[in-house]
Design a protein around this ligand. Structure first.
Ligand code: GTP
Ligand code: MG
Length: 199
């Protein structure tokens, strides 16, 4: 897919202020610092579209970007920081939960996972929670450039093995790097297919 235009639309903390749900939407979710904003910039080819920071908790609002005038990318705050509440079982803010449960134009939620980490209980809980709610999801291992080829293969294999324990069929799975643009065509191809399927 060719990205012709990518524009920032709105940043907010209220679901009611999100753009009207009249276009397909894809969301990026994952723990703070996993690389959601960087992936958004890499996919769109606009390096400064979403703000990136070495400090976790940079993105604290839901940010909508309109792509090719026809679909949305939503960059969400990371969990495990800032928006997490102690009492919430998934340490999710009500905002994100409400977004995921009510956003009717959500075609797919990409859950980002740091390729350098072993599968983390918090991420697995979240993946299962989404699966249980029948919210379409895909998994994205990020920061692939930080691992050697062998380390990356082990990480992918460990994630898949862990998920196979509870999933009959693995969700779509991508490996990306915002540095080297690894996975760009694959993720954009998946989005293009999802858009066509829903047409
Ligand atoms: P929050 O908004 O805080 O939730 O973080 P985020 O998930 O949006 O992460 P962000 O894109 O801001 O990136 C966090 C840090 O990781 C930054 O220093 C990025 O430069 C770095 N980073 C992100 N993706 C990659 C990648 O693919 N490779 C490498 N080497 N660094 C990355
Ligand atoms: Mg961010």
């Amino acid at each position: 897919m060719v990205i012709k235009t990518a524009e920032f639309v709105i940043s907010n903390t209220q679901i009611s202020l999100c753009p009207s749900p009249d276009k397909p939407e894809f969301a990026f979710i994952g723990r703070s610092n996993v690389g959601k904003s960087s992936l958004l910039n890499m996919l769109t080819g606009r390096n400064k579209l979403a703000k990136v920071s070495t400090r976790p908790g940079k993105t604290q609002t839901i940010n909508h970007y309109l792509i090719n005038d026809s679909w949305y990318l939503a960059d969400l705050p990371g969990y495990g920081f800032a928006v997490a509440s102690q009492t919430n079982r998934y340490q999710w803010s009500k905002m994100i939960e409400q977004y995921l449960l009510t956003r009717e134009n959500l075609y797919c939620t990409f859950i980002l996972l740091d390729a350098r980490l072993t599968p983390q209980p918090k991420d697995l809980d979240f993946i299962h929670w989404l699966g249980g709610k029948n919210i379409p999801l895909a998994l994205v291992l990020t920061k692939a450039d930080k691992l050697s080829r062998n380390e990356l293969a082990s990480s992918i294999s460990l994630y898949k093995k862990t998920l196979e324990k509870t999933w009959d069929e693995l969700p779509p799975f991508f490996v990306t790097s915002a540095e080297t643009k690894t996975g760009r065509e694959e993720v954009l191809g998946f989005i293009a297919e999802a858009l066509e399927r829903h047409n």
